[in-house]
Design a protein around this ligand. Structure first.
Ligand SMILES: Nc1ncnc2c1ncn2[C@@H]1O[C@H](COP(=O)(O)OP(=O)(O)OP(=O)(O)O)[C@@H](O)[C@H]1O
Length: 243
């Protein structure tokens, strides 16, 4: 069930140069449709992390605009930027970023608590069921496998019903079959919950789960692939790397 109800995230000519002079983004424009799964690939140093940080409101571009659910977040100052991020964005990182001292349940509810909203416990239970962690609510992260930790992180991201979930190498620390389970869950979140996902990855197979793949090189979008397969993504990556 993909709703494709117009873009939920738009980048307009976004540029960023780091102190020292590295031009990480050199004018990136992209529209991300609601309820779609998007992968971002590119060689090391092409600007993927910078793109993700600017698109998610973790960092500010020097110029250009980032419009998230109709709000231009690129010029927001703290604390409004933090609020926009907490209310509209979910994150899944390679390293999970769970609070070791909190149970699965409290990890999942933490972003809503930090945002000062009353947690939707019924939905939190439902997302834990969807990611296969019903019954593990009281476990601490240390008691979980890598795959279970990442499924907890995904449940945490889904629990706040964000406009967009940003995933940074979500399968980077997982073995092949565990990574596949996490990708399947990301796919289901898009197809069954209507979530929008933007995922940075180095892995052509991971990218093949997306609806489209955007390729960055030298801080620019240089190509795009719809309905990707592992083979098509790998071929496109080779072409991008040899530019
Ligand atoms: N905080 C920073 N200060 C200075 N330069 C930076 C900073 N962060 C990134 N860069 C530089 O900006 C460019 C883009 O980096 P970025 O991390 O966005 O690329 P990437 O595609 O995510 O790379 P990788 O795949 O290796 O993680 C690189 O040349 C990098 O060295």
């Amino acid at each position: 069930m993909r709703n494709n109800a117009g873009p939920v995230l738009e980048l307009h000519d976004v540029a960023k140069t780091y102190p020292g002079g590295t031009r990480a983004l050199a004018g990136v424009s992209l529209a991300v449709g609601a309820g779609t799964f998007n992968a971002v690939m590119g060689p090391s140093g092409s600007g993927k992390s910078t793109f993700l940080h600017c698109a998610a409101g973790l960092d500010q571009p020097d110029s250009g605009r980032v419009v998230l659910a109709g709000e231009d977040i690129s010029r927001l100052r703290e604390p409004r930027l933090t609020r926009a991020r907490r209310e509209r964005v979910g994150f899944v990182f390679q390293s999970y970023n769970l609070m070791e001292s909190l149970s699965v349940w409290h990890n999942v509810l933490l972003p809503q608590r930090l945002a000062g909203v009353r947690p939707d416990r019924k939905w939190a239970r439902e997302v834990l069921r969807r990611v296969g962690l019903a019954g593990r609510e009281n476990a601490r992260p240390a008691q979980l496998s890598g795959g279970q930790r990442q499924r907890t992180a995904l449940a945490r991201a889904l629990a706040g019903r964000p406009e967009v979930i940003f995933a940074d190498e979500p399968t980077g620390a997982l073995d092949l079959s565990t990574g596949r389970e996490v990708l399947q869950l990301l796919r289901e979140a898009v197809d069954e919950v209507g979530t929008t996902i933007v995922m940075v990855t180095h892995d052509p197979t991971a990218a093949s789960w997306a609806d489209r793949v955007v390729f960055l090189a030298d801080g620019r979008i240089v190509s795009e692939l719809a309905d990707p397969t592992t083979e098509k993504v790998a071929a496109a990556m080779t072409a991008v790397s040899h530019r």
